[in-house]
Design a protein around this ligand. Structure first.
Ligand code: KIV
Length: 271
């Protein structure tokens, strides 16, 4: 807390300072007002309005179908809730690949219509022109390398990436390219811990890992996984802090039983 008693807001510069001083960065996803308020109040540094909303919120098998309009809607809900955290919004599949002009207009729409603070996009050398163009408009960009779920049909599986030397070398080169282009941070998803540690040492910008071991400068998880709402998703990297699927099921079953038995509402709960 600052002297004025208000929580200090996290900026992209805060994250760079945190890396420099060895302070770990925390990032979680949120897609709606109510949970974003809890996550921000819990003290997380970065809230990612992830395109994992496609799976978690909309029930799609992949992140491919989510649209720019959907992402802007989720970002607007999150922005209304948050006082302290830096809010980063995923650019959805098809809104930035291949055409840097379109990438810039997509990023501008996200920033203008949601009031979020930064965008994230997947890929290295293939998207560096888009990254540079977005940055030229003063919009902060977070990179995302390793397992990039928007390319699932190219990879074919969600297994660990960059285990082979060639792919590991490309990841290091792409990381340097993104840093040189001006990205303020890079997410590493599902890569060997040793590779993430090596890349995090080389870069001056912070790395945020998901399934990338303990030596990234920060960690990110999908909130619904951490809370145990998505109970069928069990990757090795996931630590569940709650089992909400079971808790919520129990609460719903108790409600159903109370209504059916006439126990709810009782006299105190009536006017
Ligand atoms: O969309 C998302 O939730 C993400 C995280 C897995 C980093 O990109």
């Amino acid at each position: 807390m600052s002297v004025a008693g208000k929580a200090r807001k996290v900026t992209t510069h805060t994250l760079l300072e945190m890396k420099a001083s060895g302070e770990k960065i925390t990032m979680l996803t949120a897609y709606d007002y109510s949970l974003a308020k809890i996550v921000d109040g819990g003290g997380v540094d970065v809230i990612l309005v992830g395109d994992s909303a496609s799976n978690v919120m909309a029930g799609n098998d992949t992140t491919i179908p989510i649209t720019l309009d959907h992402m802007i809607y989720h970002a607007q809900c999150v922005v209304r809730a948050v006082d302290r955290a830096l809010i980063v919004v995923d650019m959805p599949f098809g809104s930035y690949q291949g055409d840097s002009k379109e990438a810039l207009s997509s990023a501008i729409r996200i920033m203008k219509e949601s009031d979020a603070h930064a965008v994230k996009l997947e890929g290295g050398s293939e998207v560096v022109e888009s990254v540079e163009r977005i940055l030229s408009a003063g919009i902060p960009v977070m990179g995302h390398l390793g397992l990039t779920p928007q390319s699932i049909y190219k990879f074919g599986t969600y297994t660990v990436r960059a285990k082979e030397e060639e792919e590991a070398a490309k990841l290091i080169e792409d990381s340097k390219l993104l840093e040189q282009a001006g990205c303020f941070s890079i997410v590493y998803e599902k890569i060997p811990a040793g590779l993430a540690a090596k890349a995090s040492k080389i870069l001056t910008i912070p790395t945020i890992g998901i399934g990338a071991g303990p030596d990234c400068d920060g960690q990110v998880l999908v909130l619904h996984d951490l809370l145990g709402i998505t109970h069928e998703f069990n990757p090795r990297f996931l630590r569940r802090y709650m089992q909400l699927y079971d808790e919520i099921t129990g609460a719903v079953q108790n409600y159903v039983s109370d209504v059916r038995s006439g126990d709810f509402p009782n006299e105190d709960e009536s006017y």
